[in-house]
Design a protein around this ligand. Structure first.
Ligand SMILES: [Zn+2]
Length: 47
């Protein structure tokens, strides 16, 4: 649980399958959005 929060602060997404929901990193700002998002939760860019 705490690892996920730390990973969110890191730009590089280490895709180790943790069994949780997939993330997709915004190419504009690097924000990790949940995979079902169509737009970045941080900057609003289309994912
Ligand atoms: Zn973004």
């Amino acid at each position: 649980m705490m690892e996920e929060m730390q990973n969110a602060n890191q730009q590089q997404a280490n895709n180790r399958s943790s069994g949780s929901e997939e993330k997709q990193v915004c190419s504009n700002c690097g924000w990790q959005n949940i995979a079902r998002n169509n737009y970045c939760n941080d900057c609003g860019s289309e994912l």
